[in-house]
Design a protein around this ligand. Structure first.
Ligand code: DP6
Length: 329
């Protein structure tokens, strides 16, 4: 009883920021992302009656107990669906730039959900798989699908209508996402803790909630019309708004470091010079820059020339879940 799956990371253009139910990972707002071709996680899950507990080998290292507790809680969802109590051995490798703070819970839980459910022969639909992955990490619900993906927040209290669907497949519209790795120290607040603190204490969170559905609507229009300018403007404004909520939290916090601002300012400067580019930032110091493919090399060079930039990796829309027959690690 084993299976191997690969899932790619994603970058949100409309951010998931806040939960209405932390146990079930139900978000306060719907979100929309692009699955990225360059960064992914491969995970093998083996279930066996020989195992006395769950184990996790992550990037070649035995995971700490704290991590195993999370994996066991997630695997329990899969075991409940399959009606089994058998323990699992999980082996997972992240194909992301090392030491860049890119290790992603999105690709991690999407790959784990896919491999574990397949190993137990659950034969889930994409939607069911997305709802399952969501319960490991919210953004993982979107990594089940390729291209442009929307995670509908849903209304049900049990979460049955909170899952992602594909808006456009990865071939339908080629935009470039430059992944800018900056010189920065480790982040001190995880996305999980950061969003919770913001929901509970930031007076600016109301402003986020009041406008995010409209942002999402305009983003879907931009995608439908292949309107890159609208996509970029809405994505950048939505990211800035999300980060603004953290400044009002108690205690306040900020994911940006000085290198983050260097990149943001450079992007604005390039735009003033007529080179169209927009930024978005997740819960950390690195920046993703959106541009059209014909400009990607030029913009990459300009960003890579900044002294605070360590690396720029050019990404495009990538595929959804893939099942593999061989383990390459
Ligand atoms: C800022 O999915 O990492 O990247 O559900 O608590 O695991 P948990 O949070 P996570 O949060 C991602 C937040 C974000 C925005 C986004 O990806 O939409």
């Amino acid at each position: 009883m084993e299976a191997i799956a690969r899932a790619h990371t994603n970058i949100a253009l409309i951010k998931y920021w806040g939960k209405r139910n932390s146990q079930l990972f139900l978000p306060t707002n719907s979100s929309l992302s692009i699955t990225l071709d360059h960064f992914y996680t491969e995970t093998k899950v083996q279930f066996s009656d020989q195992f006395e507990k769950d184990s996790l080998l992550l990037d070649g290292n035995q995971a700490a107990d704290k991590e195993i507790v999370k994996i066991t809680a997630f695997l329990n969802h899969v075991r409940n669906l399959a009606g089994t109590k058998t323990f699992a051995k999980v082996t997972s490798v992240n194909h992301v730039p090392t030491a860049a703070g890119f290790a992603s819970s999105a690709s991690g839980y999407a790959a784990l959900a896919a491999a574990a459910s397949k190993a137990l022969q659950l034969d889930l639909t994409g939607t069911e798989l997305s709802a399952l992955a969501r319960q490991g990490s919210g953004s993982a619900s979107r990594s089940i699908f390729g291209g442009f993906v929307e995670w509908q927040k849903g209304d049900n209290t049990d979460g049955t209508d909170s899952f992602a669907t594909q808006v456009l497949d990865e071939q339908a519209w080629n935009v470039s996402v430059l992944s800018v790795v900056v010189e920065a120290g480790p982040k001190s607040v995880s996305s999980r803790d950061g969003m919770q603190r913001t929901v509970e204490t930031s007076p600016f969170y109301e402003g986020w909630l009041a406008t995010v559905e409209e942002d999402l609507k305009l983003m879907k229009e931009a995608i439908n019309d292949r309107d890159f300018t609208q996509l970029g403007e809405i994505a950048e404004a939505n990211a800035l708004k999300m980060h603004a909520t953290t400044l009002g939290a108690k205690p306040p916090f900020l994911y940006w470091q000085s290198a983050t601002l260097d990149v943001m300012q450079k992007v604005m400067e390039l735009r003033q010079q007529g080179l169209e580019a927009y930024f978005t930032i997740d819960a950390g110091p690195n920046v993703k820059v959106l541009c059209e493919p014909e400009n990607e090399q030029m913009i990459k060079e300009k960003l890579a020339a900044l002294s605070s930039v360590r690396d720029v990796i050019v990404c495009h829309p990538g595929p959804g879940i893939q099942y593999l027959s061989d383990w390459n690690g």
